[in-house]
Design a protein around this ligand. Sequence first.
Ligand SMILES: C[S@@+](CC[C@H](N)C(=O)[O-])C[C@H]1O[C@@H](n2cnc3c(N)ncnc32)[C@H](O)[C@@H]1O
Length: 223
Amino acid sequence: MIQNQLSHINTDDGTSTLYSSKYKAHYHSLYGSFTESKHIFIDAGLAHVGGEEISILEVGLGTGLNAALTAQWAIANSKKINYHAIELYPLGPEHIKQLNFSQSLKGNASALWEQICYANWETEQQIDEHFCLLKQSIDFTQWQPNRMYNLVYFDAFAPDDQPEMWTVEEFKKIYNALLPQSVLVTYSAKGIVKRALSEVGFTIKRLEGPTGKKHILRATKSN
Ligand SMILES: C[S@@+](CC[C@H](N)C(=O)[O-])C[C@H]1O[C@@H](n2cnc3c(N)ncnc32)[C@H](O)[C@@H]1O
């Protein structure tokens, strides 16, 4: 098995990211981790779905940045969020300590990020009255859903780097675990991704991307 060596990099907006030697890929855009995460997952995803209680699935917890910004949003907007994150390679403390989110994230996001990073795995943790977290260390392609979601952050490495995550079969699994009018957001607007999402029944909307990325996708389950 190829070792997953991680190295640390600072992105253009001053927030950290990681590079995986196994996938030869960065965890975030080098134009800005925070900027990318907020634009795609918070503004195009979370702020778009309605309801007082939102159940989110994240494919690829990584550094926990999407989770921290989601917890911050939940508190600021007085919504209740149940957050289920899947990650095959949980970060050890040596990598968590090198990420600069404790200093670079604004307001309560830095403290929330630390709580999320050090929360136990495989058991639900109430991080705040508005944010309940379940971190599960499992291979997404082997995982089977046993709850329903309103929103999916699909944040695997890119289709060229790990094609096995972006298949019709995997998207079908997600589609079946979504409530009507639910949404999947992802940073990849590649043709192969659009075709796979359409084939399982999603209605696709191409949205403007963050700096350095022309388009992102928001896919909706209509019924
Ligand atoms: C683009 S990064 C995610 C960045 C992350 N959302 C964040 O906020 O930092 C992709 C993540 O998917 C994880 N991953 C790769 N293959 C996986 C698999 N088969 N199942 C679950 N997670 C996987 C990687 O370890 C990595 O953390």
